[in-house]
Design a protein around this ligand. Structure first.
Ligand SMILES: C[S@@+](CC[C@H](N)C(=O)[O-])C[C@H]1O[C@@H](n2cnc3c(N)ncnc32)[C@H](O)[C@@H]1O
Length: 279
């Protein structure tokens, strides 16, 4: 099988890549992900004019700037607008209950931006103004998806599931060479700050606490001890009474002393009397 491939890729290469992405990003690639790793990284070997994966691993060891491309290639960035819509309904209710007091939101694995822009749309709707007293910090480890998110340009197909009023209100349709694409309205765009952040980094470069944390569909890539450590750190940057939204397939039964389920994959802190230092 390996011989039919454009680049030589051994089991030892795969194991080395598995260990490196786990060490640098926390991502656990199971043993059956070898084909995926090959196809994701073959592009890098081609771009660098290398012949085999051992050459690429040697290059990676020497060139620290390649690590960013390596990580970008191995992250899975699947996302969509208003994914798991009940979380956005819950967020709107939370804003109403707080009598529309100011709000800080952290979207901790924001991928190409659909999630933080869905949060921004919810804020505009729930506060009833284009300038809500609220800010969203959107972070991800992958510099490429952050670049996409900052631009806020999506194919019409990506926004096709949005209600027509939302499309009309929050997007500008491209004309001429930009036909087939829509851009997030600049007023919506201005509610979100994008920043590169590796969740494994200690401390996190955060300057405040958050009332709401969206950290969805990323913990599934981490092992249980890493999840526990990240959840504990997240609860320390969550304001008292704040909400943590997780992906529907992320279960934290091993962390009931840290987080308490309060709704559908929605959690509050179970830590008591902890100090709430950022980071
Ligand atoms: C499957 S996407 C989920 C996107 C979005 N949260 C959602 O639920 O639709 C997972 C994201 O986690 C990011 N990610 C993976 N490891 C990370 C890490 N160590 N620190 C920060 N982000 C990470 C990936 O780059 C990717 O964009």
């Amino acid at each position: 099988m390996g011989e039919l491939r454009e680049f030589h890729f051994s089991d030892a290469d795969f194991r080395q890549i598995q260990a490196l992405i786990r060490q640098r990003a926390g991502i656990n690639l199971s043993d059956n992900k070898s084909n995926l790793v090959y196809s994701r990284l073959a592009r890098r070997l081609r771009a660098l004019g290398l012949q085999q994966f051992t050459d690429y691993l040697a290059y990676l060891a020497e060139r620290s700037d390649e690590l960013e491309n390596f990580i970008n290639a191995l992250t899975t960035n699947h996302t969509s607008f208003f994914r798991e819509p009940h979380h956005f309904e819950e967020l709107a209710r939370y804003i109403g209950q707080r009598k529309k007091r100011p709000l800080k939101v952290w979207c901790a694995a924001s991928s190409t931006g659909e999630e933080p822009y869905s949060i921004a749309m919810t804020l505009v709707e729930a506060y009833g103004t284009w300038s809500p007293p609220a800010r969203i910090l959107a972070t991800d480890i992958d510099s490429q998806v952050l670049e996409h998110a900052r631009k806020g340009v999506y194919s019409l197909e990506r926004i096709s599931s949005l209600a027509p009023e939302r499309k009309k209100r929050f997007f500008q349709r491209g004309q001429g060479p930009r036909a087939g694409y829509a851009r997030v309205n600049p007023a919506l765009r201005s509610l979100v700050s994008f920043k590169k952040l590796n969740l494994l980094d200690q401390p996190w470069p955060l300057t405040s606490q958050f009332d709401i944390i969206f950290c969805r569909n990323v913990m599934i890539y981490f092992d249980k001890p890493t999840q526990l450590s990240l959840l504990t750190r997240m609860m320390k940057v969550l304001t008292p009474g704040g909400l943590y939204f997780a992906g529907h397939s992320e279960s934290f039964v091993h962390a009931t002393h840290v987080v308490r389920l309060t709704g559908k994959s929605t959690y509050v802190s179970a830590l008591s009397g902890e100090s709430n230092d950022p980071g």
